[in-house]
Design a protein around this ligand. Structure first.
Ligand SMILES: C[S@@+](CC[C@H](N)C(=O)[O-])C[C@H]1O[C@@H](n2cnc3c(N)ncnc32)[C@H](O)[C@@H]1O
Length: 213
């Protein structure tokens, strides 16, 4: 059983929020996702943010490998889903939601071709050595001019084992330097997170856009 399967089985899901993310609601409109487009939500858990996006008229494609998480999203939101296996993944559909069950890194190119993506607690959940592969997957699963909203979490990595793994602004710039434009929309000092024993905790909201050339 993986770390994540265990976290869901034992309901140690402290990252889950019972409200929409206020950085999503504050910044989403400024990234310029096309009306009615498809939004990719990698490592989606049972995030309520998917409901907020759906309410705004988007179709939402989540990616999650733990069945319990998807079952909870479906039952807590009373969705009537149709499920079909496609290769190593299972596609659960209930308009306007589609949740692909399986490993994000293994989802074949083109399975999702999103207009935009939303990343809260996804890239920071991925081991640091897998981040380049993560960005490659974003590239494969989005359209050439797609835009993304990324919310990071950063602290001195030596002060805590992840996840969440610290994701510093300069690493975001480097990871998305090939074929993307990156703009910082807001930088926050999360002083109230210091009770984890961390000397500094910050978060940055980025608008990321793929260059279509
Ligand atoms: C920290 S949680 C964040 C969930 C969600 N983004 C939120 O804000 O509530 C990370 C989620 O990613 C899932 N996950 C981790 N690695 C994954 C992978 N390689 N493929 C698909 N899902 C994965 C975990 O099961 C977990 O639900």
């Amino acid at each position: 059983m993986t770390f994540w399967h265990n976290r869901w089985k034992t309901q140690q899901i402290g990252w889950h929020r019972a409200a929409y993310n206020d950085l999503l609601t504050k910044h989403w409109d400024s990234i310029g996702a096309p009306d009615g487009g498809e939004i990719l939500v990698p490592l989606c858990g049972k995030s309520l943010d998917m409901l907020w996006l759906a309410d705004r008229g988007y179709s939402v494609s989540g990616l999650e490998m733990v069945e319990e998480a998807i079952e909870a999203f479906v039952s807590e939101n009373r969705l009537d889903v149709k499920s079909e296996r496609t290769g190593d993944h299972i596609k659960h559909s209930s308009h306007p939601f589609t949740v692909h069950q399986g490993d994000f890194f293994e989802l074949p190119e083109g399975t999702v071709l999103a207009d935009a993506w939303y990343d809260r607690a996804a890239m920071i959940a991925v081991p640091i050595e897998s981040r380049t592969a993560y960005v490659d997957q974003i590239r494969k699963l989005t359209k050439p001019d797609a835009v993304g909203l990324l919310i990071t979490f950063a602290y001195p990595q030596e002060e805590m084992d992840g996840p969440p793994f610290a994701l510093h602004d300069d690493h975001v710039m480097a990871l998305f330097s090939d074929g993307f434009d990156v703009e910082s929309l807001e930088h926050l000092d999360l002083g109230d997170e210091k009770d984890r024993g961390l000397s500094s905790v910050t978060s940055t909201v980025f608008r990321i856009s793929r260059r279509s050339d």
